[in-house]
Design a protein around this ligand. Structure first.
Ligand SMILES: [Fe+2]
Length: 298
């Protein structure tokens, strides 16, 4: 082997090392990611696909969901078929890191739990850091009233204590049991107490197929609504955009030590492509004229 060839080999391996180092280097303090809502139990054709198509165009650092990826329904014999159906939609976007959250349509039995772990590649609860952001994922998929089981609260406290130094903390789980106590102005429930104790800035859920956003006692609570899961019953009853019933996903931006959410409604034929900051929505609904989101906030 000639000396020139050995030198070329050495330079190539140094370049590869530098590249690997750059790729595995620390995440930036300014980045964006996306949160996609429920797809189950009866997906509206084309909605989830369109949401992913748009999200991909924004080149997010990662995508996180709020659970209920597959149709579910309680029949173990349909698990593999349902995951195949969901994975066929997700496959074109597999280059984007995707953090799954377990929903009641994903896990209803031991077999479906094993399938969820295998197909999502994630445990039922876990956490990760990205730049200044710490994300904790919890599992309340099987909790009848949605309240976080004791084991999940214990995991959350251990996890938050271990990552105290992270400036931004987001906690995500499927069932939004916090809506009632937050709407009542209560601060005495265990999740909120832990959030205050460890500086959790944001709590995000799904499940209700309805957009909800409330800032309560310094904590930003949000239910991401439907990214394809049907809302037909609500729409038939006369509910609509102002009640949080619209197909959407959320873009999240971390910068200057803040985490901000922007809500993107799907375009026709699935919606009116309304685009607004989550901060323009409170317990009473939109703080703007739904016909013209650029109107001054009420
Ligand atoms: Fe659900």
């Amino acid at each position: 082997m000639s000396r020139r060839f050995l030198l070329a080999l050495l330079l190539a391996s140094m370049a590869a090392g530098l590249w690997a180092q750059r790729k595995s280097g620390p995440a930036p303090s300014d980045f964006h990611f996306a949160i996609i809502g429920d797809r189950a139990g009866s997906p509206e054709p084309g909605v989830y696909e369109r949401a992913w198509y748009e999200i991909n165009l924004f080149s997010p650092a990662f995508v996180i969901n709020v659970g209920d990826t597959i149709r579910g329904g309680g029949d173990d014999s349909k698990i593999d078929e349902q995951w195949l159906e969901a994975k066929a939609i997700l496959d074109p976007f597999r280059h984007i890191p995707f953090y799954y959250i377990p929903g009641n349509h994903d896990i209803w039995s031991e077999a479906s739990r094993r399938a969820y772990i295998r197909e999502s590649g994630r445990p039922c609860h876990y956490s990760f850091n990205h730049g200044p952001l710490h994300v904790t994922v919890l599992d309340n998929s099987q909790a009848g009233d949605g309240a976080l089981p004791d084991a999940e609260l214990q995991f959350l406290e251990r996890d938050l204590a271990a990552h105290k130094a992270q400036p931004l903390k987001l906690v995500v789980f499927h069932k939004p049991f916090w809506i009632e106590p937050v709407a009542q102005g209560r601060t005495d429930f265990p999740l909120h107490r832990l959030a205050r104790k460890y500086g959790v800035t944001h709590i995000v859920s799904g499940h209700g197929h309805r957009f909800v956003h409330m800032v309560h006692d310094g904590v930003d609570y949000m239910e991401v609504g439907s990214s394809g899961g049907t809302m037909r019953g609500k729409l038939v009853r006369g509910e609509g955009f102002a009640q949080g019933c619209f197909y959407h996903y959320v873009l999240a931006h971390v910068r200057n030590g803040r985490l901000d959410f922007v809500v993107k409604e799907l375009p026709p034929p699935h919606g009116q492509a309304r685009f607004f900051p989550a901060s323009d929505w409170d317990a009473k609904g939109p703080r703007f004229d739904p016909a013209v989101p650029a109107t001054p906030a009420r």
